[in-house]
Design a protein around this ligand. Sequence first.
Ligand SMILES: [Zn+2]
Ligand SMILES: [Zn+2]
Length: 266
Amino acid sequence: MGSGEVMKTNYHTHTSRCKHAYGSEEDYIQSAIKAGITELGFSDHTPWPFKTANFEPRMRMKMNEYQDYLDTLQNLKEKYKDQISIRIGLECEYYEEYIDWLKNEIDTHLDFVLFGNHYAYPDDITPIAPYMGNCVKDKDSLEIYVQSSLKAIESGLFSCFAHPDLFMRCYPVFDEHCIKAAHRLSEACAKHHLPMELNLSAFAALRKYSDSLYPSKPFYEIAKSHGCKVLIGWDAHCPDVLEDAELYQMALDWIEEIGLHQIEKI
Ligand SMILES: [Zn+2]
Ligand SMILES: [Zn+2]
């Protein structure tokens, strides 16, 4: 690898088990190989051992699909070992009542876990819990996002904070409260050595709507001021997005413009 050349990796890959992603695991692997990705991490939306009887999650795999997720990826890890490194992970919220289950999985079955703050409370408690990317619109909802994120960052369980600027998906303008939130999150990530993701599905939104406030450049400027490290993640919900070199380049351009410290491996 020449100097200045970055190794292409991706640790944010979903599977159809979450009910809003498409394609087989093998399709994602084939696309990753075509794209020159040398390490591919799967991190589908985690199941949780919900206490509510018969609860059917809407946007994550069910617990009875989890073993098949692990087995399928373990087989593919072996099958493709000469072509690409496969890592097995999950994308998780931080739910105190269920976190012992996750800790045990990290110790026994998983290579890594991403923190993605989609919902502040478990889905079975608030089945129509508003998605953070839609409900954070003012200082009070932003505070819920920050508080729940800080708990996860401080837990030390996670390898990367996925789409940390998700709160800007519907927030009207990057105001004084957002500035404060960005400083609090960045300070905690820097302290706990948790890299932040530059999320390419957010960049896809920006490519489509050039006035999109998500991804948030001022957020990453504040992250940079705290010395936070960033990792590019595709957040792939379909295989061929991994071959979208233009999106990847958009993130590389931000890294250069803002002066962010990029890491490639977790
Ligand atoms: Zn998803
Ligand atoms: Zn996510």
